[in-house]
Structure formats: C-alpha cells, structure tokens
Design a protein around this ligand. Structure first.
Ligand code: 5GP
Length: 193
C-alpha cells in the first residue's frame, strides 16, 4: 500500500534498528482516512476467503480492524490484554510475551464472539516476532474458528514473525514491509497488498 509507505516515510521514526514509532497516525493519534484505505486494502486482499469475522488485539489493531470489518460487512471482535488469569467459563486465555514492552500479558477472548466454523481475518498493527498473532490464532482455533488470513498494517520483515506464521500454514497479508531501518532512514520490500 503505497500511501502507507509514504506516510511511514513522512511521519514514522525509527527509535532504533528494531522499534518503529508511528504514534502520530496509528498508535496514539489515528489517521482515519488512512485506516479506511487500509481496511479497503485488507478487504480486497481477503476477497474470496469467505471471511465471516474480523478479530483484532487491543488497542492499536482496533482502528484498521474496524475499517476492514466495515469494508467486508462482518462483525469485529477485540481480544483484550489482561494482566492476570481470570477463571470464567466464558473466556479463553493464553500468555503472550511482548518484546517491545518486555512484559507478558494474558490475551483474552470472550468465547461467545467466535462461532464454530467462523472464518476469521485476524488484524494487528505490527508484526515483529509473531507472538501476538500466534497467541490470537490459538484462541480463535480453540473457540472453533479458523484463521483464514492474518492482516498486518506494518510488518518488520527483518524479524522472524512472518516465517513463524507462514511456517504454521497461515496466510499473511502485510500492507507495508520494512526491510531495514535506523536513524533517519526506513527501507521497504514489496508488500502483499
Ligand atoms: P510480535 O508479537 O509480533 O513480536 O509483536 C507484535 C506486537 O508488538 C504488536 O501488536 C505491537 O503492538 C508491538 N510492536 C512490535 N514491534 C513494534 C514496533 O516496532 N513499533 C510499535 N509501535 N509496536 C510494535
């Protein structure tokens, strides 16, 4: 998605060689028209996959996921990040380690928002090591759904997330793929949509 790459070049900032700050249009402030375009791009790339539900992880996945759900005409479901394990029949949890925050959290799904047979398009803001997407996929599958594709707004292609997910058979759709970054420069390889 050329428009997204241009936005990353204009407003993104590599904090170091590993972490990209996009707080002005995705993580803190949200560029709604850009998210609407991202939603259309995900919907177009997932055409023919029979998506019945879009699922995302709070909080930065919500904006692109909502726009994708709108474009596809399906419901959007949010996985919450909880700090503790909750004993409750209605929820499924799995531990995810966040390398950017250097902390673990319990990714939490309310079971009744995934129906057996659901074909899910999972959306997240970033793909780094693939921990978050892998944990989310596990919960969706435990609830009886299947992950038809994983849509990523910004993939850091120099990290192992894509290989982990495709190695498990998931289809990854990234709108921007950063191949290298550092002080004052961000480079891309060809994206999926
Ligand atoms: P993973 O689980 O793939 O290692 O990391 C994905 C999650 O970590 C994303 O949901 C995102 O919240 C966060 N993340 C990873 N790398 C970055 C980054 O470079 N910048 C920002 N803003 N978030 C990141």
């Amino acid at each position: 998605m050329l428009q997204l790459e241009e936005k990353i070049l204009r407003d993104g900032r590599a904090l170091n060689e590993d972490v990209l700050l996009v707080d002005s249009f995705l993580n803190n402030q949200v560029d709604a028209p850009l998210m609407a375009e991202a939603g259309k791009a995900f919907a177009e790339a997932a055409k023919g996959l029979g998506i019945t539900r879009v699922i995302t992880i709070e909080s930065s996945g919500i904006a692109p996921a909502l726009m994708t759900a709108m474009a596809l005409g399906v419901p959007m479901v949010i996985l919450k990040k909880s700090t503790s394990r909750i004993l409750n029949d209605d929820i499924l949890q799995t531990e995810v380690f966040s390398f950017t925050k250097n902390a673990a959290y319990q990714l939490t799904l309310k079971k009744r928002f995934v129906l057996p047979g659901d074909r899910v398009l999972l959306i997240d803001d970033f793909l780094a090591r693939g921990e978050a997407a892998q944990g989310a996929s596990k919960l969706i599958e435990q609830a009886g759904g299947s992950v038809a594709a994983i849509g990523i707004v910004i993939e850091k292609a120099f990290q192992p997330g894509r290989a982990l997910l495709t190695g498990k058979g998931y289809k990854v759709i990234s709108l921007a793929r950063v191949s290298k970054m550092g002080e004052g420069f961000i480079e891309f390889v060809e994206a999926d949509a």
